[in-house]
Design a protein around this ligand. Sequence first.
Ligand code: GCU
Length: 434
Amino acid sequence: MSMPRILPCLAATTALLMSSCASHRPAHAWPDASALPAHANLPNPLLHWDGSEVQSPQQWEQRRRPELKKLFQHYMYGFLPPTPRRTQFHNHGVFANALQGKASLKLVEIQTGDGKAPRIQLMMLVPNQRRGPVPVFLAMNFCGNHAVLADPRIPLNPGWFYNSCKGCADGRSTEASRGSQSADWPVDEIISSGYALATFCTNDIDADRKDVSDGVYAWLAEEWRDAKIAEPANRGTIAAWAWGFHRCVDYLTRDPDIDGSRIAAVGHSRNGKTALLAAAMDERIALAIPHQAGCGGTAPSRGQIGESVERINTAFPHWFNAEFKKFNKDTARLPFDQHCLVALCAPRPVLMSNAQEDEWANPRGQFDMLVAADPVYRFIGVNGLDTMTLPPLGELSGGRLGYYIRAGKHSMTAGDWKVFIQFANKHLSKGGGF
Ligand code: GCU
């Protein structure tokens, strides 16, 4: 085992004073869900809340985008925890001999706030053959960093896991879980394509269960109680995870090995819902790949195929806020649909990738969301979708709004990563389309 070098940007543990602390703002007085008008068809993203048309790209940027961000947090995801006043990055090792010397393994701990705040363990693989800072896939994983790559230097994640994570027992990971997901993460190919991989686990931020006694909101509640600020009621685990993406971006934009202008957010399924929300809410993310994200992410809430809003709110009540439950039987009253979340990413590229047998995630409805987001891309002067018909199986569409569907089931495979890399190559290459 090589001795850890000090990360160049971390000559010592670096305390970073974040530029602003988004303090807990009072909720906007939006009407109750039952008082909202019904839209049987998709709401027009280019109409303001008051019904007036968005007149210019500038108005989109300055008025409609912030309004949509607030609406999504109020009626669906819950608020994203604020940007911390203080973040520290701890170097837990840089090992230049990972992947038979092709990559450096970096272990970075991101600490927000005081000692009790959640700490995110970011595991990175950076190509050793590089001429300068490299673009990065930033991906959230389900089963721990140690499950992505079987390298004994990666600590076992001590948090709570579903037992469906291979090698986990009684909700905890064991040595048997090392590398158990490596088939889904073709790290050699990512590295040889010139990308770094940075990955972190959901449960460093908030465990994926109904229990709200731990995670970032529990910490915030305590902080705010001490500060005599009311405990937040408007919370959701997907928003917490998206906040986790943002904290990793805080680090990546400061790592000299990484090109902070070329960060692609990736996630599968519930993690894909999160990757899209994270990109919609933070312009530092250059590209989003919500893979098979489905309901509550890339599929229409008004959709008739696959998972419904009522079903997702019942099976996973912690993912969304209390307000979203009010739309269970009345999705037509939602003042947006998921095309508006995609539109919040404009002009940045978004790829929705799917599997033919994964009807639960409504692949066809996802394409409809891209079609409905496309006018916003055009309105601000860039291309969106390059086809209005569903691309054939196995063919990645062109345009900043990409779509891909392959044969097979709900899963993230090495073949899917080839498409992620293809999309990123097209849109993140230096001097490329972005
Ligand atoms: C369930 C859930 C989906 C989710 C998926 C996953 O199937 O209903 O909404 O995307 O789990 O995250 O794997």
